[in-house]
Design a protein around this ligand. Structure first.
Ligand code: CUA
Length: 324
């Protein structure tokens, strides 16, 4: 209903990729239906109150020579009526709300695809424990399949939120929160950390890619594959050497090359569409800018400026983009 209202007022839902009014999962539809229901009743009550008010204004308006109106202070019937009416309205609001809370807080059904979403300052790590895949900032799921997300953090509070998929759920230090949803349509949906978590909170974005089951399986296979080994004389090979001998290995994993766990796993970084917490498109130019001075591209970035020379950056870009 609200989506229709948005249509009537001429605002296009596509202009707002993080709208909460365009549900694309079972979870998001529970919230949307609740909202539609409540807005419906609010409008009915508003019209009713307005109509009664207008009637009273006209019917009981002051007329010349009219006697003083009857005093109704202490009328028991009226007192009871305006106590019961709000109680009924609050019940109409509360019952569906509590049902929706229980539905969206339930335990995920058996057979769901299990994902760990781990908040870091300022990016999301995604692990698929059953599939042996670890990635960052971009969450791939198959359409129609229930995805059970365990939401965790390694540092401060974050909040996992894909508006098209449902409500926010906090990542709280020392505990694991859960949510589950099944996307009902393929496509790409943007998400955002929704809990103030420091300097680059607003730069802690994420992307959900909902694929067909076949496309998803192909993606899993590509992510499980060993990273490519560049030809020995290539620029990428120099980049690999730079990576292996530099500070990069302290924080990043590339299967068979390094095993750092502080920064994103880069084994297949070249297959990602975005960089640095999904804030930049992943292309050689942006990657070069990023490697040259990360804190300048993302304030507060824990990846320091390593004073790389342009040659070193060029080689690293060639290597990292080759890691499809
Ligand atoms: Cu993480 Cu805000």
């Amino acid at each position: 209903m609200l989506a229709c209202l948005a249509g009537v007022t001429g605002c296009k839902i596509e202009q707002f990729p993080q709208t909460t009014l365009d549900p694309k999962s079972d979870y998001a539809w529970i919230i949307q239906r609740l909202l539609d229901q409540q807005v419906f009743w609010v409008v009915v009550i508003f019209m009713l109150v307005l109509a009664i008010q207008m009637f009273i204004l006209v019917r009981f308006r002051a007329r010349p020579g009219a006697p003083e109106p009857k005093h109704i202070h202490g009328n028991t019937m009226i007192e009871i009526a305006w106590t019961i009416a709000p109680a009924i309205i609050l019940t109409l609001v509360a019952v569906p709300t509590v049902i929706a809370i229980y539905q969206t807080q339930a335990t995920a059904p058996a057979g769901a695809l299990h994902v760990r979403a781990i908040g870091h300052q300022w990016w999301w790590e995604f692990q698929y424990p059953e599939l042996g895949v670890t990635t960052a900032s971009e969450l791939y799921v198959p359409v129609g399949k229930t995805v059970a997300v365990d939401i965790e953090t390694v540092d401060v509070l974050h909040s996992f939120w894909f508006p098209a998929m449902g409500g926010k759920r906090d990542a709280v230090p020392g505990r694991v929160n859960h949510m589950f949803f099944a996307a009902d349509t393929t496509g790409t949906f943007m998400g955002q950390c929704a809990e103030l978590c420091g300097t680059s909170h607003a730069n802690m974005r994420m992307k959900l890619i909902v694929n067909t089951p076949e496309e998803f399986d192909a993606w899993v296979a590509s992510q499980k594959a060993d990273p490519v080994h560049p030809d020995s004389m290539s620029l990428a090979a120099r980049g690999k050497q730079q990576f292996s001998q530099g500070a990069c290995i302290a924080c990043h994993t590339i299967t068979g090359v390094s095993a750092g766990v502080i920064g994103p796993n880069l084994t297949h970084v070249g297959s990602r569409t975005t960089l640095a917490g999904a804030i930049y498109e992943n292309n050689p130019e942006n990657l070069g800018h990023w490697l040259t001075d990360p804190p300048a591209r993302k304030p507060g970035s824990l990846m320091p400026n390593q004073a790389l020379t342009p040659d070193q950056v060029e080689a690293l870009v060639a290597y990292l983009t080759s890691l499809k």
